[in-house]
Write a protein that binds this ligand. Structure first.
Ligand code: NOJ
Length: 537
């Protein structure tokens, strides 16, 4: 059983490509991360999660891995990795790697061997069929690709260059576990498991909705329990494991994260990041705060007794939180970024900060399709235009939901390219880096950065934040996010007005003020624009 050290911990996600470039090639790297470790320590986070740094053709920015046991030269070397890991550990932090094992790159030697002939010993390491079924890729088009060598089709739930591994084959699983043990032996502190709920495919691969059919397939719990036995057993107390699981339900999540079942520590659920769409991600719909609270509250209550939540607004696949759930206008950006952070970080679960979220970084002003780099956005654009959709509407959807919003370079200072690189950045820097940048934020005690520091400090110092019960309040209020946390006679009241109007709440808002995004606390039920208050009583 794990010691659950991660309950009072906060994780910071680094997308290495966009974090800091130390060699001027316009792409972030491990040396760049090393240079910024003091900044991360100052923020106060406990764990760093690195998006993939392994050798990769970079079709999906490293989520297409061609060698699980090395570092892509763009990011550095294994020596650089060891130096980074040592620097992280010296500062009392931990390092979690991305584990992408639903699929490999089509340039991984396993796949090259598999595709070479029908008799290849690795043929059965992937999914080959004489005829495709009707599944669709998450990145547009069919999930099957015809391969010339053997005139059969292989399965790729993501890009054509991301063939799905066949987890039914025990040799595949053993190879993956061996690779995971190597990284743990090297000193890493856990894994974030990419789309891990998709690894158990439905028997016979029947026609139908591929996202639904592959979600939590029949052997998923068996596979994760086996992984736990083979990889984590005996050393899990020090590790953190989190499974990314699009489509997972609360009921499944309690099974995945129940410590007694020895699977994983926590999952990333997706319900709250799918509320501003009608079915497809690209069919935009206005967000209703009541729905957001209802989803978050259901997860809070559903995992109250058994299991554990991970808490996030942002990651490298999501638009920027302040532009999506907040108000990124100059007037409200800082307060709304703080309000969103407040209501997220004081819930029960482990909060995740995505690089730049602690600065209130915003979506980017992409002018045309040429400004986008992400394969998901580019494929969608090509497919939608070919289907006759209006280009203006398609672009609006990409600007609102496209993943490149999260991937513009980290804004370190006001200089050209925001101090991210001395070269030409692989994706343009957001022009608002003149105002929104780490240097300015660290120097300003009223910044979003210092509000995050304070929230992280509360989690570290107050047991009620890490362990307290959660009670939702004002569920039907369209503007106010409110809840209490309680433990051993201490209660925290968390209140935030998620609108730019002044509102009045019908509850007792008195208590010892712990944190606010306004200078004064009127101790009443009036909440000004985006006002967030944390009270102890
Ligand atoms: C989820 C990752 O977060 C995303 O960036 C990636 O494109 C897909 N999985 C495929 O690996």
């Amino acid at each position: 059983m794990s010691s659950q050290w991660w309950k009072p911990a906060v994780v910071y996600q680094i997308y290495p490509r966009s974090f800091a470039d130390s060699d001027g090639d316009g792409i972030g790297d491990l040396g760049g991360i090393v240079q910024r470790l003091d900044y991360l320590q100052q923020l106060g986070v406990d764990v760093l999660w690195l998006s993939p740094i392994y050798p990769s053709p970079q079709d999906d920015n490293g989520y297409d891995i061609s060698d699980y046991q090395d570092v892509d030269p763009t990011f550095g070397s294994l020596n650089d990795f060891d130096a980074l890991l040592a620097g992280v550990h010296e500062r009392g932090m931990k390092l979690v790697m991305d584990l992408v094992v639903n699929h490999t790159s089509d340039e991984h030697p396993w796949f090259e061997e598999s595709r070479a002939s029908k008799d290849s010993p690795k043929r059965d390491w992937y999914w080959w069929r004489a005829e495709p079924n009707d599944w669709r890729s998450f990145f547009s088009g069919s999930a099957w690709e015809a391969d010339q060598a053997t005139r059969e089709f292989y399965l790729h739930l993501f890009s054509v260059k991301q063939p799905d591994l066949n987890w039914e084959n025990p040799a595949v699983r053993e190879a993956i576990y061996a690779m995971m043990r190597l990284w743990l032996d090297r000193g890493v502190d856990g894994f974030r498991m990419d789309v891990i709920n998709l690894i158990s495919k439905p028997p016979g691969l029947p026609d139908g909705d591929s996202a639904a059919l592959n979600n939590c397939g029949p052997r998923i719990h068996e596979f994760l329990q086996e992984m736990h036995r083979e990889v984590f057993a005996g050393r899990d107390a020090q590790l953190l494991t989190v499974g990314e699981m699009p489509g997972v339900t609360v009921e499944e999540a309690t099974l995945f994260t129940d410590p007694a079942r020895a699977e994983i520590d926590m999952v990333f659920q997706f319900e709250h990041v799918q509320l501003d769409q009608n079915g497809r991600k690209w069919d935009l719909r206005a967000l209703d705060l009541r729905e957001l609270k209802a989803v978050m509250n259901r997860w809070q209550l559903g995992l109250a007794e058994r299991g554990w939540n991970s808490l996030y607004w942002n990651n490298h696949d999501q638009p920027r939180a302040v532009s999506r759930f907040g108000d990124d206008s100059p007037e409200h950006r800082v307060r709304s970024a703080k309000a969103l952070a407040t209501v997220l970080h004081l819930q029960r679960g482990t909060p995740y900060v995505y690089q730049g979220e602690e600065l209130g970084m915003t979506n980017a002003p992409f002018a045309s399709i040429e400004d986008f780099r992400d394969i998901e956005s580019l494929n969608h654009y090509a497919e939608a235009i070919a289907a006759g959709e209006d280009p203006g509407r398609v672009l609006t959807a990409l600007r609102t939901k496209g993943r490149d919003n999260a991937r513009t370079p980290m804004q370190w200072d006001a200089s050209e390219h925001a101090g991210f690189t001395t070269g030409e950045p692989w994706l343009a820097v957001n022009p608002n880096h003149a105002e929104i940048n780490a240097q300015a934020a660290v120097a300003d005690p009223g910044s979003v950065f210092h509000h995050f520091r304070a929230l992280i400090g509360l989690r570290h110092s107050l047991p009620v934040v890490a362990d307290g019960d959660f009670t939702p309040l004002l569920a039907d209020d369209p503007h106010v996010y409110a809840y209490t946390r309680a433990l051993d006679g201490t209660e925290l009241l968390v209140l935030a007005n998620c609108s730019s109007e002044t509102v009045i709440v019908e509850l007792d808002a008195r208590g010892e003020p712990l944190l606010s995004n306004y200078d004064d606390d009127p101790q009443d039920g009036t909440l000004r624009a985006w006002e967030a208050r944390v009270l102890r009583r």
